[in-house]
Design a binder for this molecule. Structure first.
Ligand SMILES: C[S@@+](CC[C@H](N)C(=O)[O-])C[C@H]1O[C@@H](n2cnc3c(N)ncnc32)[C@H](O)[C@@H]1O
Length: 372
């Protein structure tokens, strides 16, 4: 005996199959006849065999998982599952409403990127629509707006990152590291202040000309007073940080370069703050950045990093838009596990005192590089 559910499924499958046969290569002009009479037994058996194949080969299962993932991300999509549509048309439909804000649209646009990190998507033209690192002119980074939005005062999230990183740096004796690198330094001085407790030479590597000019100006000419509270906190949590801000930055060498060109194994310690996930929309490129970060240190070298959690493409200041790739503790762990040992990944909540970049907090990482 067939259960009522299987019988119903078989009938729907049959109706759909008939619908598809009506116009191969397109939709159908014939409306599905959902209230047709009982089906012949042989047709039912055929449809059931088809459902068994579906279950074994499994596109629908993936589609369910994709839909569940998006639902958990707060994005509701309409599914078009096989056999309701031809197998090569399986997918989902996204709808916007007048209530969706720019932020909602940015978040929505980033969900295929997040999905592609977990599911093998076939997105026609998506690669062309995705912003990669080389598509961006990093010389146009809005240094003043970025500093104003993020680093004019010590925000609670900065304090949490500094506390986390200070615990990491306190494991080393002062000057234990001959050479370290800050990956994609931007205009942020606190990672350099933290590293000065242990590193005799810190390369602050940065692609954007404006950021490089800002760093050089800070180190060689005049220091913005807004960095003093950052220095005070870093030194309070790790007394090995030099006594003055200028003394801490005396360890820093500004390098105007693409981090991907750094020779492998050149450093004993690498740090990175909001770069791999804030420099591309492509999850695969995010993962490449992370592996390059690990490769930059010698095997056994030390790693410390912070990532924006779940941050889609973001806006800085009134007009500029920058590529973001949403990541989570799970995805960061997945990327780093094969190339590190002693990996520790934690997170902190979103900081309401910072601008809303669409993130849900920060992911913090420490680990030791394995040979990559
Ligand atoms: C979101 S910002 C983070 C800046 C800084 N690390 C911080 O903590 O605020 C990303 C930075 O990565 C830099 N960047 C992007 N691609 C890069 C690359 N290929 N090589 C070096 N720096 C890069 C950008 O210029 C920008 O300063």
């Amino acid at each position: 005996m067939l259960s009522a559910r299987r019988l119903m499924a078989a009938q729907i499958a049959l109706v759909t199959a008939a619908t598809l046969v009506d116009r191969p290569g397109g939709g159908s002009d014939a409306a599905p006849c959902l209230h047709s009479g009982p089906c012949p037994t042989a047709s039912l058996a055929t449809a059931l065999a088809g459902l068994d194949v579906n279950e074994r080969r499994g596109d629908p299962a993936d589609l369910d998982a994709v839909a569940a993932y998006r639902w958990e991300e707060g994005v509701y999509v309409t599914l078009a599952a096989y056999p309701l549509v031809p197998r090569d048309r399986v997918g989902f439909r996204i709808q916007l409403t007048a209530f969706d804000s720019d932020h909602d649209v940015d978040r929505l646009n980033s969900t295929p990127t997040r999905l592609s990190g977990r599911f093998p998507l076939r997105l026609k033209g998506w690669r062309a629509m995705t912003t990669h690192n080389d598509d961006v002119d990093w010389d146009r980074w809005p240094v003043a707006d970025y500093l104003r939005e993020n680093y004019r005062e010590v925000h609670p999230s900065d304090a949490a990152v500094i506390a986390h990183h200070s615990a990491f740096y306190r494991r080393f004796r002062p000057g234990a590291i001959a050479r370290s690198v800050e990956f994609g330094a931007g205009p942020n001085l606190y990672p350099l202040i933290l590293a000065s407790a242990v590193s005799r030479g810190i390369d602050a590597v940065e692609a954007g000309a404006g950021n490089v000019a800002y760093l050089q100006d800070q180190i060689c000419h005049r220091l913005d007073a807004s960095w003093l509270p950052f220095h005070a906190l870093c030194r309070r949590l790790n007394p090995d940080v030099p006594a003055t801000l200028a003394g801490a930055l005396a360890h820093v060498n500004v390098v105007h370069a693409d981090v991907r060109t750094l020779p492998a194994g050149s450093y004993q310690l690498a740090s990175m703050h909001f770069v791999a996930e804030g420099a591309t929309e492509d999850f695969a490129e995010f993962a490449d950045f992370c592996r390059t970060f690990v490769r930059t240190v010698e095997p056994g070298g030390h790693l410390v990093a912070a990532f924006m959690e779940n941050m889609p493409t973001y806006r800085i200041g009134p007009a500029s838009r920058w590529p973001g790739c949403p990541v989570s503790p799970a995805t960061v762990t997945d990327v780093f596990t094969p190339v590190t040992r002693d990996l520790d990944v934690t997170r902190i909540d979103a900081d309401p005192t910072l601008p809303d970049y669409g993130d849900s907090g920060m992911v913090l990482l420490t680990g030791v590089a394995e040979a990559v």
